[in-house]
Write a protein that binds this ligand. Structure first.
Ligand code: SF4
Length: 365
């Protein structure tokens, strides 16, 4: 048991006060977000997580793989609206499970999902957007292919609890959610010097001690490689038509404690992020210690949490101001990383010519 386990005995009031003070010392009263477009390249996935409302098999209603033409058209609309991040978020290795998907990719001239992703990321760069890819578990070789065309890459660690993979638990049909597999990808990304986004999922059956252990594992990885740029503290929301539709959601107190633990446990240079569309009050997120609100799109919904619309930016800025914070746009790789060896040489010219906008036009689909 580490010294940090004493944090679990603290009251919520003491915990969030300590976290907010720590956030203020390093990040001040500036809270960032990334103006993004969300491109769900495919919602096919070889895993089945009991809380997921995004995933489909090929014959399911709503199964969809974006065509190259749809990718290009969406990128152009996003750029016109002032977005700077192209988030490619998709299911885990669908070609391993679905021959029809493999045939679709082959018809477009792509040998794999990563092959298609590399093309899509290049299209984003040419359109003036910086890619951030979250494609589930990838091999070191695949990460190496994505590094030159991505500003950053992400994989939520979610939880280091192996228990969540047991029969009857939310990850029992999701081999890519085994903690060891995800930890190994974090390690590979660090060895490859890729700016990396991790995260924890709050409320899927883990305990607070599990959350702390997960944060400590992320900290260990960051201290080994220095590559964790941000950690998302994402609360579980129960979606209709999923096996966990009737599961209780975590309350605001539990979520605030998870955010505060992240801010206290993680090193100061790691951004702590919580999505504002999954909470009713941004002030509570700020009070608990976040310094970032993640990607927000003027064009596309949150395809992972489709029932939860992103807040209007004007309202979000006003709510942040009321809490004493200034809402500021950022790029998908945070400011301090520019010019470092984490930025691939091929990517640097695109980064140099991209600056975060000061305002977005709206047009959410
Ligand atoms: S959460 Fe990710 S890995 Fe799990 S089913 Fe959904 S898309 Fe697949």
């Amino acid at each position: 048991m580490s010294a940090e386990h004493g944090l679990l005995a603290m009251t919520t009031g003491s915990l969030v006060a300590a976290a907010a003070a720590r956030r203020d010392r390093r990040w001040g009263r500036r809270v960032t977000y990334s103006p993004k477009v969300f491109l769900p390249l495919t919602n096919l996935c070889r895993d089945v997580c009991d809380y997921c409302a995004f995933r489909r098999s090929p014959k399911d209603p709503g199964a969809h793989t974006m065509t190259p033409e749809q990718v290009v058209a969406t990128l152009a609309r996003a750029r016109a609206l002032g977005c700077t991040e192209a988030l490619f978020c998709l299911g885990d290795r669908p070609e391993a499970a679905f021959p029809s998907y493999r045939a679709l990719l082959a018809g477009w001239g792509f040998a794999s999902t990563v092959d298609y992703l590399v093309w899509a990321c290049r299209a984003a760069l040419e359109a003036g957007l910086l890619p951030h890819t979250n494609a589930g578990v990838l091999t070191a070789a695949e990460l190496g292919l994505l590094r030159p065309v991505n500003a950053s890459v992400g994989l939520m660690l979610e939880s280091t609890s192996d228990r969540l993979c047991d029969r009857g638990q939310p990850h029992h049909r999701a081999p890519d959610k085994r903690p060891a597999v995800r930890l190994a990808m974090h390690d590979d990304a660090g060895a490859l010097r890729i700016p990396f986004t991790s995260g924890i999922l709050v409320g899927i059956g883990e305990s607070e001690a599990d959350r702390l252990d997960t944060l400590l594992a992320i900290r260990t990885l960051h201290r080994r490689h220095g590559h964790i740029q941000e950690v998302i503290v994402q609360r579980f929301r129960a979606h209709a038509a999923t096996p966990m539709a009737g599961s209780p959601e975590v309350d605001d107190d539990t979520h605030a404690r998870a955010i505060a633990l992240a801010r206290i446990v993680l090193d100061d240079d790691v951004t702590v992020q919580a999505p504002p569309n999954l909470s009713t009050e941004v002030a509570a997120l700020l009070a608990a210690g976040v310094n970032d609100l993640g990607g927000i799109s003027p064009l596309t919904p949150d395809f992972i949490n489709r029932s939860y619309a992103w807040p209007h930016l004007d309202q979000l800025a006003a709510d942040c101001a009321a809490a004493g914070f200034t809402l500021t746009p950022r790029l998908p790789v945070h400011d301090g990383w520019r010019g470092s060896d984490f930025i691939a040489a091929e990517l640097a010219p695109y980064l140099d010519r991209t600056s975060a906008p000061t305002a977005l036009r709206t047009g959410v689909a």
